[in-house]
Design a protein around this ligand. Sequence first.
Ligand code: SF4
Length: 353
Amino acid sequence: MADQLWRRTPESFAALRTLPASLRSELERSFRLDTLVETTVRPADEGLTHKALHLLDDGRSIESVLMRYPARGSVCARATVCISSQAGCAVGCPFCATGELGFWRDLTTAEIVDQVRSWASFLRPTGERVTNIVFMGMGEPLLNTERVLAAAAALSDPRRFGLGARHITISTSGVVPGIERLTEQGTRYTLAVSLHAARPALRDLLVPLNHRWPAHAVVAAAAAYGRATGRRVTYEYVMISGINDTADDAAETARLLGGQLAHVNLIPMNPVAHTPWLPSPSDRIEAFAAILRAAGLPTTVRRNRGIEIGAACGQLAAERAEQPAPAAVARRRELIVERTSAALGRGMAQGGS
Ligand code: SF4
């Protein structure tokens, strides 16, 4: 039965025709097959990107995203699903729409897994299947570590969803005990660390968890994970114009990551309402990448997907959540400008220069 539940993702127990009718009725009476009450899907990028809004039992909403990459030459087609681990997020990174919502609650293991099952059902009529899972949706995965690990175990278990561990990426903004837990567990997932700045004062601003677990401690924990698993760690770096994208920032980042088994992924910041910042221009991103590559760090620039439907990195905000008043958005922008001036020690904090 496990195979039918995980591989075929039936809509009800009644659809499990190989089971006796009495058992199917009993299952229908006693259990629920899906924790997601309702799922609404919106397309973008000519059907290559879809965003789902999932309504949960308690009336909260979360989002997940499907990104399809057609086959190119010898590279096979991929379908990557970006899933949420919490409803809202307590970390509060100022460039992120989820952080602006605040924190509601941790998702259960079933709510995490059901986002993937939902996309598997969505893809079935096309003959495609989910090939990669990234825990980069709403929430900080390693502040819900045990449920995230249980979900990842189910998704990588050959008797259940059956995706290889290396096709699952667990992302963190730098929860050191969570990274240590991953190391202790030893499964060879891909670890992605949101770095976003190497200078301490700037990282305090961009990733508030830096006050508790500073970048050097995060990099040390991630390096230990890399040594234990043999997996290269990915460092995510959102590129914000005039804020964290100078040649000095690149040099600091190269110093911090020097000698690591690492890969850096530069992400042009996506527009979100509550911040005055803008994405770095492409020539500055390329110059930043060139400095990292010259220091021996493999570096790529991510092409953002689903911007027009709010599905890109940092934009997930569960559309049913109450929208903040315009005055609150304006005050939030002012606050970001003030804090940025303090962090950078200069008057220029609007970005865009
Ligand atoms: S970037 Fe990640 S950790 Fe930071 S506020 Fe957004 S969801 Fe939370």
